[in-house]
Design a binder for this molecule. Structure first.
Ligand code: SF4
Ligand code: SF4
Length: 371
């Protein structure tokens, strides 16, 4: 494993870290196996985003005895309600979920406290106030509960404002091949370098889309860091090529691929011993042709749903079925406790979806397809 300095934090982070979103519904033993293998292979940066108690307890159990070997994050603004993810800027909820994280991770502090998922100017204005989440983060830092403050977002505008504020130490931003042409992205990364802000590159696989195919793949704005994009893939793209692109970008200190199991972890770690030929992504870049909008990335930022529909999973299964309806896809859909036919077309999700997805239409399509 190679290590890089995370900007002015001075933390010596592994260039490959771990995003833990795909460990969410896994049993505790499985989570521990992946985390322990990652640590054994030299990974020391772990992004812990999800607020649900069982996930947090599983992480706490997995890191027990390893706390001094790892850097852990918490996200200020990611909360849960009725077991569904909910982004909020309500200070009391932010504080409650932060202390819940400390307790469940069995730690006195987190290394990086991330101001979570801020893309619009109005949201930024709510967040970056002395009496808002920023003020809370600064207080927690002063109290020693958080060593450094980070910011996560998917648009250059808000990320740049956060970096230029001089109040954050770490920027978490999507960096992958699909966003190569995003206007302002390279300047953003250069600004991070100039100001000593460490860059944590999320979505190195474009939310998994880069690994699909070869065929035409649509990648959402959320995954590119700016605009939705369509790639006419003619050759398979490997995790090693994705990581080679991400880790080659100016200012990037650590890439955090999401790995659901040890096999996926190994696929990412193959980067560390790959040849230059295996890492070569130069031809792939030329295959990206245009930006598009309205793609679901299965992130569930549109929850809560009054019908308790797992919207991201429902759309994911719909899109898989639209490619090919297999018995496995049908069974996974049927196993959902509520599904698209429970949608009451209230539209609340569309208000919250940052990516312009027409969820109600998708629910109608799913209800029609899975009959
Ligand atoms: S509809 Fe939007 S918010 Fe909901 S899962 Fe899809 S991309 Fe995410
Ligand atoms: S429109 Fe349907 S899927 Fe969206 S929040 Fe309302 S009930 Fe849930």
């Amino acid at each position: 494993m190679h290590y890089r300095t995370l900007g002015r934090t001075g933390l010596n982070v592994s260039e490959i870290g771990l995003g833990t979103e795909y460990l969410v519904k896994m049993p505790r033993e499985h989570v521990a196996d992946v985390i322990h293998e990652a640590i054994a292979r030299g990974i020391n940066y772990f992004d812990l985003i999800w607020p649900h108690p069982d996930i947090r307890d599983n992480m706490g159990a997995a890191f027990k005895g390893y706390r001094d070997q790892v850097f852990l994050t918490a996200h200020l603004g990611a909360t849960s309600k009725d077991r569904q993810y909910k982004k909020t800027r309500v200070l009391a909820a932010n504080e409650t979920f932060f202390y819940d994280a400390l307790e469940r991770y069995q730690t006195e502090y987190v290394d990086v406290l991330i101001l979570h998922n801020c893309d619009s100017q109005s949201d930024f204005d709510k967040m970056f106030r002395e009496k808002g989440p920023l003020g809370l983060a600064l207080r927690l830092k002063k109290e020693g509960k958080a060593r450094f403050i980070g910011f996560s977002g998917h648009t250059v505008d808000t990320a740049l404002q956060a970096v230029e504020s001089e109040l954050i130490d770490v920027l978490m931003f999507p960096i992958n091949m699909t966003g190569n042409a995003i206007l302002g992205k390279k300047d953003l990364l250069k600004t991070c370098m100039a100001r000593g802000v460490g860059v944590v590159a999320m979505k190195p696989y474009g939310g998994g889309k880069l690994l699909q195919g070869p065929r035409t793949v649509r990648v959402a704005r959320y995954q590119t860091g700016g605009e939705a994009f369509k790639i006419n893939k003619t050759v398979p793209i490997t995790p090693v090529q994705c990581l080679a692109y991400t880790l080659s970008q100016v200012g990037v200190c650590v890439a955090i691929p999401g790995c659901a199991d040890v096999a996926q972890l190994n696929a990412a770690l193959a980067y560390e011993t790959a040849t230059d030929e295996e890492k070569d992504f130069s031809e792939i870049i030329t295959e990206f042709d245009q930006y598009i909008a309205g793609e679901c990335v299965y992130c569930n930022h549109c929850l809560p749903c009054p019908s308790n529909i797992d919207i991201g999973e429902t759309i994911r299964l719909l899109e898989m079925a639209q490619q090919e309806m297999t018995a496995q896809v049908r069974a996974a859909y049927m196993a959902l406790s509520t599904n698209a036919s429970d949608c009451i077309q209230c539209g609340a999700c569309e208000q919250r979806c940052p990516f312009g997805v027409q969820v109600m239409t998708k629910m109608q399509e799913a209800a029609g397809l899975f009959i």
